[in-house]
Design a protein around this ligand. Structure first.
Ligand code: ADP
Length: 763
């Protein structure tokens, strides 16, 4: 750059102003220069000397610094705020080095009288000037204020940034491309959809995709909405499928928007792509569900029909439902008009109730008379079906869903089966009756009427009640109630009054539940077998045993007393005589025990077995019992475990009788195995006693009968002595203590007898 040389000691403005006229041509030049300087649209000033004294400042400059006349003052003085903005240093450097400094869009903060601080962006040069001796004399400052441009550009930048942010953050894919389809701008979502990051200006919008139409046919590129927008400036919205480089397919709706210039030419396009893959999937799934429902509806082995509104208009009818009515037209008709024979069969009433209450109606084996085709007479049809309320969007009942299946064949077959059964029961020479699952009498055989002399009506109303002996009726009724609740068999000896002679004859009555395949009780069959003769014989036998036992008691006591006297009077040396006497006493004792047992049985029979309840130590009683048994069975080992940690209320002697019976049975029926375990425990406020042996065991068939009076398992009579009454008495005693007695056993492996007693009072 050429060096600028200004006249030394020149007094630009002042000189001219003072003298008024130009002296010569140099002055004239200076005048021109001055005018140019002062009127220039730029900011100009001349700073002189190392302190940068204002030599000259044009109007725009003066305005910028807000100082009307800085001339003659140092820069630092006029604009002290520049001190820490680095400008003074730059000026100093220019002054010292003579190197011109150019600044672009440099921010200057100026304090003016009006404002604290004002910011300006300036383009400027600091250019040194020289005196005639080529010595730097000062600096010419030449500046443009570009604040407005800078700010405007920044505003644009900011808004562009915002737009970009908006575009990048958009969840939908968005890109722009130029006229040829080259990508110019894109966001993250578009990258995701392309499956790669395109190079701006190099890659085409369609670069990575295969494109298909909605139904999966390949779509030529020029028919894609983006191509149409670019080529024809036209917007088409259609669903397309794109296949990404990884083979993944996406359902897309593109929204291309051509960019058109002032002349109406397409210069590019903005495209937004909405990924609707999930929605399409959901739509397909919905379609599938709908198809499935339709298939189900059409092919269901059940009849389904929907009845719309309170008039029950047949809206949907599946083939199975139509089958009930042949070719009769049902669709769109009121149900009662389409199937008029339903009138008076309670159907409309049931439908109305479901419609009004919303409560479903379910019925099995409902008999309806239906005309099975056009012009046919109604015929009995058995149906299992339900009415279910259907609701509208406002949760109001809007119709009824009828669902069910025909069971005519099954019902008729069942009825036939029942008929056969009825015939068999009819011919039985036994009192027999049948009642429904809830116990309502539905059938009595001929023998029942012959025996009881009751009329059909009387029998239907009272069943057996009026012929059961008054002493037994209460127990019979309560036991029967329990059986009904539990679904168990009823088995009882009862007396039933015979009409012909007015005698209450003993019968074994037996009520058995009949169950269907699902295990539900469908009927109860009751029968009574006359056992009067056996029973009276048994009673006579009991009576005999009772009298005989009584009669034997006194002579036996006397015999024992004499034997004891004999024992005392015997010579101790006569061992044999002593031994025989001892054995005789033992036999008499055994006989006494047997007679006592027989008397107990007879007392039980007459309800006269007395009990003497008191509080006692159960453990001690058990120990005494074991000791007694162990004494007579030295080869067996009875091992006791557990204790009862509380005092027990009960009849100690009778409970001891039970324990002795169980232990002596355990000993008796395990001749080859000497181990016997006895366990005491307290569980849920109940005493539990368990006696286990490893002897001959009991077959499952006999298990429930061993507690019967005089019952002894067949074939064991010779091997094992006994009367078959010990367990019968034990059962009675335990029952009177409100307890339970039962046995578990396996033949050849041994038996375990249990009894429980509820704890009455802790002692
Ligand atoms: P019995 O005097 O005949 O033993 P019970 O009433 O005590 O009379 O027993 C009835 C029947 O039960 C016995 O005849 C026997 O067949 C069977 N029984 C009782 N206890 C046992 C046992 N622990 N092991 C095998 N069988 C037993």
């Amino acid at each position: 750059m050429n060096k600028i040389i200004l006249p030394t000691n020149s007094h630009w403005g002042d000189d001219l102003n003072r003298e008024g006229l130009p002296a010569d041509s140099a002055i004239k030049d200076r005048q021109i220069l001055y005018n140019v300087f002062m009127q220039a649209p730029a900011l100009l000033c001349i700073l002189k000397g190392p302190d940068h004294i204002f030599e000259l400042a044009n109007e725009p400059y003066r305005q910028l610094i807000g100082n009307e006349n800085p001339i003659g003052k140092a820069l630092k003085e006029v604009l002290p705020e520049l001190g820490d903005q680095g400008f003074i240093e730059i000026l100093d450097k220019v002054y010292v080095t003579g190197e011109t400094f150019t600044g672009k869009e440099m921010l200057v903060s100026l304090n003016t009288a009006a404002e604290e601080s004002r910011q300006h962006y300036l383009n400027f040069t600091y250019q040194p000037f020289y005196d005639t001796n080529h010595i730097i004399e000062g600096i010419i400052v030449y500046a443009y204020d570009v604040t407005e441009q800078v700010l405007a550009r920044e505003t644009i930048k900011e808004s562009e940034k915002n737009y970009r942010r908006l575009i990048y953050g958009m969840p939908a894919a968005l890109y722009t491309c130029d006229r040829e389809g080259y990508i110019q701008l894109f966001n993250e979502a578009a990258v995701e959809l392309w499956g790669y990051t395109p190079t701006i200006g190099k890659d085409l919008w369609s670069g990575s995709w295969k494109i298909y139409d909605e139904v999966g046919a390949e779509l030529p590129l020029d028919q894609c909405p983006m191509a149409i927008a670019l080529n024809e400036g036209r917007v088409v919205n259609m669903e397309i499928v794109i296949e990404k480089p990884n083979g993944e397919r996406k359902n897309i709706i593109p929204y291309p928007q051509p960019i058109i210039d002032n002349e109406g030419n397409v210069t590019g396009s903005v495209n937004t792509l909405i990924d609707i893959t999930e929605q399409v999937l959901a739509r397909k799934q919905m379609q599938q569900v709908a198809e499935m429902i339709e298939k189900l509806f059409m092919n269901a082995p059940a009849f389904i029909c929907t009845l719309r509104g309170p008039e029950f208009i047949c809206e949907l009818v599946n083939p199975e439902y139509q089958k009930l009515y042949g070719k009769r037209k049902l669709l769109g008709k009121k149900v009662i008009e389409a199937i008029p024979e339903l009138e008076g069969q309670g159907v409309l009433e049931n439908l109305t109730r479901v419609y009004n209450t919303g409560e479903p109606y379910v019925v099995t084996e409902r008999l309806l008379y239906l005309a099975r085709d056009e012009g046919k007479e109604p015929e009995p049809t058995y149906l299992n079906f339900s009415y279910q309320a259907m609701y509208d969007a406002h949760k109001q009942v809007s119709g009824i869903l009828v669902f069910g299946y025909e069971v005519t064949e099954q019902v008729l077959a069942k009825k036939k089966g029942e008929e056969n059964l009825r015939k068999i029961l009819e011919s039985l020479p036994q009192i027999t009756s049948a009642s429904s699952a809830n116990g309502t009498s539905i059938f009595f055989n001929r023998f029942f009427f012959e025996y009881s002399g009751l009329s059909r009506e009387e029998a239907t109303v009272n069943g057996w009640n009026s012929i059961v002996h008054p002493d037994e009726i209460d127990e019979v009724l309560s036991d029967w109630e329990i059986c009904k609740q539990k679904g168990e068999e009823f088995y009882k000896e009862i007396r039933l009054k015979r009409k012909s002679d007015g005698v209450y004859r003993w019968h074994i009555s037996h009520i058995t539940p009949m169950k269907n395949k699902k295990g539900e009780i469908t009927q109860w069959i009751a029968s009574a077998t006359d056992i009067h003769e056996q029973k009276t014989k048994e009673e006579k036998k009991d009576e005999f045993i009772s009298i005989a036992s009584h009669e034997m008691k006194t002579p036996l006591t006397t015999a024992k007393a004499y034997l004891q006297l004999l024992e005392l009077s015997l010579d101790k040396a006569n061992e044999k005589a002593n031994l025989y006497t001892k054995k005789a006493i033992l036999s008499v004792d055994r006989l006494k025990d047997l007679i006592a047992e027989l008397l107990d049985v007879s007392k039980i029979q007459h309800g006269k077995l007395n009990y003497n309840f008191h509080v006692f130590d159960f453990n001690e009683m058990v120990r005494d019992s074991i000791e007694g048994i162990q004494h007579n069975a030295p080869n067996h080992h009875i091992r006791l475990s557990g204790t009862i940690p509380v005092m027990v209320e009960g009849d100690k002697e009778r409970l001891q009788q039970v324990i002795i019976n169980l232990l002596s049975n355990a000993v008796k029926y395990s001749p080859d195995n000497d181990d016997i375990l006895m366990e005491l425990s307290l569980e849920n406020q109940q005493i539990k006693v368990c006696v286990q042996d490893f002897g001959i065991g009991i077959a499952a068939d006999n298990l429930h009968r061993i507690f019967d009076r005089y019952y002894r398992i067949e074939g064991q009579e010779i091997l094992f002595q006994g009367l078959g009454i010990g367990l019968f008495i034990s059962m009675e005693i335990i029952r009177r203590h409100s307890g339970k007695l039962w046995a578990e056993s396996e033949i050849g492996k041994g038996s375990t007898f249990y009894f429980t007693l509820p704890l009455k009072r802790e002692g």
